[in-house]
Write a protein that binds this ligand. Sequence first.
Ligand SMILES: NC(=O)C1=CN([C@@H]2O[C@H](COP(=O)(O)OP(=O)(O)OC[C@H]3O[C@@H](n4cnc5c(N)ncnc54)[C@H](OP(=O)(O)O)[C@@H]3O)[C@@H](O)[C@H]2O)C=CC1
Ligand SMILES: O=C(O)C1=N[C@H](C(=O)O)C[C@H](O)C1
Length: 268
Amino acid sequence: MIRVGVFGANGRMGRILIEAACQHRQVSLGFASVRNGSAFEGIDAGELAGIHKQNVAVAVINDTLAISADILIDFTLPDALAYNLAYACKHNKPIVIGTTGLNKAQLALIDQAALSVPIVFAANYSVGVNVMLDLVETAAAVMGDQADIEIIEAHHRFKKDAPSGTAMAIGERIANTLNRDLATCAVYGREGDTGERTRDTIGFATIRAGDIVGEHTVLFATLGERLEITHKASNRLTFGNGAITAAVWIKAQKPGLYSMRQVLNLAK
Ligand SMILES: NC(=O)C1=CN([C@@H]2O[C@H](COP(=O)(O)OP(=O)(O)OC[C@H]3O[C@@H](n4cnc5c(N)ncnc54)[C@H](OP(=O)(O)O)[C@@H]3O)[C@@H](O)[C@H]2O)C=CC1
Ligand SMILES: O=C(O)C1=N[C@H](C(=O)O)C[C@H](O)C1
């Protein structure tokens, strides 16, 4: 059995990761951690996740916990990343990271840690979004120079970062395909006297509402036609199961930074 340690066990994704780990035949839950002062310390991880009891008590993160996990999983918030990466390096554990909204310095920390331990980092662990990225690349290569490109994403009201990590990954893929720099061609929302749209921009629009799990649409629109590529996640277990697949896969890897496309064997 591959034992996973889940950081941020009480989060929406933390609970889902516990459930996904406990459902997987090759995986067991090594630890489920929370931060110091959390009201969830001591309760059973299975009960926290809304499944049957697991006899793993939720614990405040500490060095001794590392003994009980082969692989670490981090779907928390950007402020927790530096500690979680340092923990992985200190205890020589591979880590699967799903946290989005990371800044350049935090992304550099991932690159640095990947020199010491294997890391899978993806903005979206669903199979569908990773296939979508390839479809988007094909569409961009064929239509991208003629079409207006817009990326629209919708998520639940609790999400803290915008645009979503997935929307940014889609934008990066399109920009790379078209030899554009996303930092200079992205337009994040429009308001007021914007003037006419210029062709070489990539627009982003964000919706935050209710309990939407995660939806992404890319438009390639010309004056005569419009191609829309859409992915809709309807259950967070989609992401949780993907992260557990990555955890199983990463066990056999050398130190380095890997993508979900590599895990799914989609990489060219
Ligand atoms: N890659 C993917 O496929 C997916 C990625 N995500 C990403 O996962 C992340 C988590 O999402 P979600 O579960 O909805 O968020 P939640 O807000 O529900 O959970 C966040 C968790 O992180 C913990 N946390 C926050 N700040 C810190 C800190 N400074 N130190 C230690 N722990 C901290 C919280 O603990 P506390 O409650 O104590 O604050 C909580 O356990 C987001 O970045 C989201 O975008 C989400 C779904 C899929
Ligand atoms: O916060 C979320 O919920 C999600 N975040 C990821 C992102 O920012 O792309 C992935 C998924 O869409 C759900």
